[in-house]
Write a protein that binds this ligand. Sequence first.
Ligand code: MSP
Length: 530
Amino acid sequence: MNKKELSFALTTPLYYVNDLPHIGSAYTTMAADVLARFERLLGHSVLLVTGTDEHGQKIQRTAESKGLAPQSFCDEMSVGFVSLWELLNVQYDRFIRTTDHRHEAIVKEFFQRLWNTGDIYLGQQKGWYCVSCEEFKEERELLDEHRCPLHPNKQVEWRDEENYFFRLSKYQSQLQALYESKPDFIQPSSRRNEVKSFVNSGLQDFSISRVNLEWGIPLPVDPKHTIYVWFDALLGYVTALLEPDQEPTLENAIAKWFPINLHLIGKDILRFHTVYWPAMLISAGLPLPERVFVHGFLTKDGQKMGKSLGNTLDPISLIKCYGADAVRYYFLKEIEFGKDGDFNKSRFIEKLNADLANDLGNLLNRTLNMVKKYCGGNVPQITNDNIPFDHPLKGIGLRLGEQVKNAYETLAFNQACENILSLVQACNKFIDDQAPWSLYKQGRQEAVELVLYTVLESVRLAAYLLSPVIPDISSDIYQQLGFGINFNDQIQTSANAPFEIHSCWGVLSSQQKLGAPHPIFKRIEISEND
Ligand code: MSP
């Protein structure tokens, strides 16, 4: 395998800084972190890119409305993203801000390449512009009174101005060939079909510069113009690949991590990533990303979230109240990644109590207490060979690592969690059926030990495979089982808990010194306000 096959570069969108991060931005970022953590467990070298999109009319106007210079406004707002990712326990490798001076150099060099191929020309742009989307809209897409379908409380604005255009139309057949030859380029397939029919209906060149807008990167060939915010932002993915002290050239940026393996995005920014972006890269003579995965939108209590509706969900207060693991678990387990999903407070509490406090937490706690009572607090002296293949837990455990790997790799996070939880639930049933307390009373010590060992080993395996989603809880479980492993420590985890060993059944050994049992997730009491 070459180096690129063992490495994995993935991105979140670069978030607009016009507002504080919302649950939608947190959703993509936590999914990206889960996948990055899983890839690291596999022993791959991973680069997780996130950051902020800071130019354009929307940001300039918001800064003006607050009486701030755009740069100071962006400096202030981007900190909010950094601190939310810390709170959410996101281990990103690069945080790119599009106002980083190195980014300007990359954008200008890239622009120059397209200019040299003759793919950029000056023209007249007439059309309806949605500042919130930072995108021209077709008249037929609009709601009445020229309102944007994605921002129904905002009217689009008429523009008739000189802009530079990118010859997108020239790439129609190459894009069509791409979607055919690489069916996995856009996932899920429903999104691929959407893009295919959009491209089949004919592509128009799009404008990549603005006049009368100062807050952007000046066009190298005509500084009266600034570069269109989306053209600039997509290139943030490239700038982010530079090593921290490297000279900002395209050659340096693409040397190690390019092409990017995976872009994670929401459904509203599909065209930019699957039509405009690949065409820009083809024009620049650069290789294309391997995959773009599109997730759905989150609603609250079945309703679209929005400030005007007054039903936004603040990720910071949710994490402060329930912890990062709880929030990560709910969104990844309860929502199929790729489909729309809903947040409802009572369901959130119910799920966390059922899965984390009861099924997983109580299981570990009661098993450790029984080990204390019936086995002197030591891991029973059982080796894997003593456990028959048709043992109900071993049977599940032997297949689980592979199933869960497959689920993570296809971004079926809910499936991964469900598979793991089914082992945990099987353990609870197994204990109830076997009743080790009765076996103990009957003096059947060996049988007691077999039950307790197989349950503890199952909990270990579940904790390991859940560690990308709930790293703190998994670390706590591992420590109670006597492993000195903290899943937030990448170096220690890859050295001492590699996937090829720890994802298999039968790792717990009688040499382990068990830690003191304590609850891994405190049951949430439902208050009047919930
Ligand atoms: N700045 C652009 C991205 C440039 S990438 C080179 C942008 N930023 S954004 O902050 O408006 O949106 C970022 C992401 O949040 C998008 O993927 C969008 O789909 C996602 N979400 C916005 N609202 C959302 C929900 N209600 N639910 C889930 N994700 C949502 O677009």
